[in-house]
Ligand binder design. Structure first.
Ligand SMILES: [Cu+2]
Length: 475
């Protein structure tokens, strides 16, 4: 049974049309984002600094991590201890232009800022709770005394609203790690509370890294027309994100040809994600368990990052170009769409379009020849419900990219200056090194083709059902 909501989701968010009907559906929670309760009482936060064009080595020798669309939390050194201060709070977050929500995060963002330190450092981390419910922070994968492990009720009392707790420990390891709440986890993580905790090796890298990227995978049930993620959803999510952003709002990774990169991919979503990098086979060199011995490195082009896991991917860029980096679950590179709907592919819907329009003004039939026409409808200005991203988006140099969600680009250039993270624009392929049209005739050439079932009779005309005879049913 298709409900009206299904139709709206399919045709509005994942399909075409749906203009006049959308506002009636929108589940307003008061979407004046400036009027958020917590924000009103909170001290002002600084506007985010633009992402630095270059990254300098830290005085301790390490190359700082580039957190896609994110930032590293500054610390203060007090008596040889690095002091960080995290603030758990409700925030306004934009997934991509056209979709904002009330989310929860740390220090104004989701994911929260990246913490970076060096193996052997002693860290003191203050956590202030500005949420309306208790929280804690768990330092995921970090070897520390039990009382700092952050499981509310098990290792410590919960941090009540308004309270600040302190965690203090010495970093005995190096590698890619995370932090997240261990209190009302389902809700707090569904709203975006998570971050990376990178510990650089004290002895430096045995193979020097030129660019060190990091992002967290996540999923969000931000239903079409709504402004707050739904924490109860377990499978059918609307948004799939790298660092809480969807394509095309995800920052590109840039490299100079010949450089060595590491991409640290962490997963605190509810699905496993096969992360695929085009054309650049990489070594999987470590996990949140730390860096693996060389003998354990694996050559891959797709690496599944399971829920609660991190994988470090390393490679040397050899070919200039714009290379896709994405989750290989095809639905995870799409924006919001309806689930549990009839399949429109192959169905001529032109007859029913007018009928449905009487029910849903603005409705447009979609998907007879595939879903790609949705992108064209969006480009022509058709909009779905308010605050809802299209199912697919993005215009490349050669046409629509037809993606959304967990998709971004690795841009490799011969002339990208070392340490320069600025986007070099589109890669222009040399004319002799790009796929090109050689014919517009579908009968072109004589390629071998098979018909496994042999010649088939033409389909018979559909039988005409005789008029029902109710005479023997006793009335
Ligand atoms: Cu995925």
């Amino acid at each position: 049974m298709v409900t009206r909501r299904d139709l709206l989701q399919m045709m509005g968010a994942g399909g075409a049309g749906l203009l006049a009907a959308a506002p009636a559906l929108a589940q307003h929670e008061g979407h004046d984002m400036a009027g958020m309760d917590h924000a009103a009482a909170a001290p002002p936060r600084a506007a985010p600094a633009p992402a630095p064009a270059t990254l300098k080595r830290h005085p301790q020798g390490y190359l700082p991590v580039r957190t896609l669309n994110g930032w590293t939390l500054p610390y203060t050194l007090k008596g040889g201890v690095k002091e960080f201060h995290l603030v758990a709070e409700e925030i306004e977050h934009e997934f991509a232009p056209g979709s904002r929500a009330k989310c929860w995060g740390y220090n104004g963002t989701t994911p929260g800022p990246t913490l970076e330190a060096v193996e052997g450092d002693r860290v003191r981390i203050f956590v202030t709770n500005r949420l309306g419910e208790p929280t804690t922070v768990h330092w995921h994968g970090i070897d520390l005394p039990n009382g700092f492990d952050g499981v509310g009720g098990l290792n410590q009392p919960h941090i009540q609203p308004g309270e600040t707790y302190v965690y203090e420990f010495t970093l005995r390891q190096h590698g890619s790690h995370m932090y997240h709440p261990h209190a009302d986890e389902m809700t707090q993580m569904a709203f975006g509370m998570m971050g990376m905790f990178i510990i650089h090796p004290k002895a430096g890298e045995d193979v020097p890294i030129d660019r060190d990227y990091s992002f967290l995978l996540h999923n969000w049930a931000l239903h079409p027309g709504t402004y707050r993620p739904d924490p109860s959803v377990m499978q059918d999510f609307d948004l799939w994100t790298f660092n809480s952003k969807t394509f095309p709002a995800i920052e590109n990774l840039v490299m100079r040809t010949g450089e060595r990169a590491r991409i640290r991919v962490a997963n605190l979503s509810m699905w496993n994600h096969p992360i695929h990098l085009h054309s650049n086979p990489f070594w999987v060199t470590g996990s949140d368990g730390g860096r693996w011995p060389r003998s354990q490195w694996r050559r891959e082009v797709t690496e599944i990052v399971g829920v609660g896991q991190i994988r470090d991917l390393e490679f040397v860029a050899t070919e200039p170009g714009d290379w896709a980096l994405h989750c290989h679950m095809a639905h995870h590179t799409m924006g919001p769409m309806g689930h549990g709907i009839p399949n429109p592919v192959g169905v001529d819907q032109s007859g029913v379009e007018a009928d449905i329009r009487r029910l849903l003004p603005g409705y447009g039939a979609m998907g007879r020849h595939g879903m790609a026409e949705h992108g064209a409808h969006v480009a022509m200005g058709l909009k779905g419900p308010e605050n809802t991203l299209p199912m697919m988006a993005g215009q490349g140099l050669y046409g629509p990219i037809e993606m959304g969600g967990m998709f971004t680009l690795l841009k490799v250039r011969d002339d990208q200056a070392p340490g320069d993270y600025r986007d070099p624009g589109w890669y222009r392929n040399p004319p002799d090194k790009i796929a090109r049209r050689v014919s517009s005739d579908p009968d072109f050439g004589n390629p071998p083709r098979r018909d496994p079932y042999g010649p088939r009779p033409a389909p018979a005309a559909a039988p005409v059902a005789p008029p029902a005879d109710h005479s023997r049913h006793g009335g």
